[in-house]
Design a protein around this ligand. Sequence first.
Ligand SMILES: Cc1cc2nc3c(=O)[nH]c(=O)nc-3n(C[C@H](O)[C@H](O)[C@H](O)COP(=O)(O)OP(=O)(O)OC[C@H]3O[C@@H](n4cnc5c(N)ncnc54)[C@H](O)[C@@H]3O)c2cc1C
Length: 307
Amino acid sequence: MNTSTKSRPSHAPVTATVLSVEKLSPHFIRITFAAPGVGSSGSGIFDQRIKLIFPAPGHALPVLSGVNGNWYATWCALPEATRGVMRTYSIRALDETVAPVHLTVDFVIHTDPGPAAAWAEDATRGDEIIIVAPQPGAEPSGIEFAPGDATAIVLAGDETAAPAIARILEDLGPDSTGVAFIEIPTPADVLPISTPSGVDIRWLPRLGAGHGELLIPAVLGHLGVTLIRAHPTVAESASDLLWETPVFSSMGEELAETCSDRHTYYWIAGESALVTGLRRALVKEHGLDRSQVAFMGYWKQGVAMRG
Ligand SMILES: Cc1cc2nc3c(=O)[nH]c(=O)nc-3n(C[C@H](O)[C@H](O)[C@H](O)COP(=O)(O)OP(=O)(O)OC[C@H]3O[C@@H](n4cnc5c(N)ncnc54)[C@H](O)[C@@H]3O)c2cc1C
């Protein structure tokens, strides 16, 4: 039998069972799942994204186990009212030394809770969801953090990006250098992260300010860049989630080779308008080389995400 990882789909749906629920802070709930069949490539989790499928109220979870490559088509073909809802999250921790594997997700509790945040708030041991996650030894897929030869990193994000930033920092080598800016709702939302000694973490509690109001000036100030226009244009506000990485552009832009600072790699994620604002300032106004930056809209104010 050919067991080559190349023929194996990188992600597959598994039924995951809640093992523990921990309220970490006013706005973070940590949930650890028993997730049989999940595993990593062995070279780090970083910002590995996963899909979570929550049951529709009053309905059982859809049956997707055993459906591999075409699980998404199978799920989409199910009636919308009963198939549950899908959202994207990050792996905060993956313990592959136990069987079944333990997978941890840090959920942000927000004021306009959609199905995912509401499910997390009510979750108890024994509850089940479907997690679409990497399989052991499969080719890495869904990891955007790619610093290449950069010698320094700048990570920036709001609370939804905090779990990914924490995982990146904990997976980096001890000699890594750089800075991580994390905007959070309150000072009580500062969470412990094991950081390489050369990386400085700056927590930015918003305390009622708007998303990005602290993060954008902090990142630009670090780079010595002045913000020319703070708010997104009408076109930017109306656009879909921004997803611009060195290998993919949601706006269809070509990668232009420039000669700016290639020693630093930038990873920026969070609410769409703040990511768009930073992108405009850094790429359009400051001329930062797009090949050195990943800009990722993780959610959009006022819009329910659809997986
Ligand atoms: C690659 C990736 C990784 C992610 N990792 C994580 C993670 O590890 N932890 C995490 O908590 N989130 C993470 N997110 C963000 C998460 O998917 C969204 O916040 C999602 O909208 C939550 O779903 P929901 O059902 O609670 O709300 P939805 O039904 O999607 O939205 C309902 C309403 O809530 C608003 N809303 C959504 N999120 C927030 C928020 N954080 N603060 C304020 N209002 C909000 C929406 O604008 C909308 O008005 C990630 C997103 C991506 C793309």
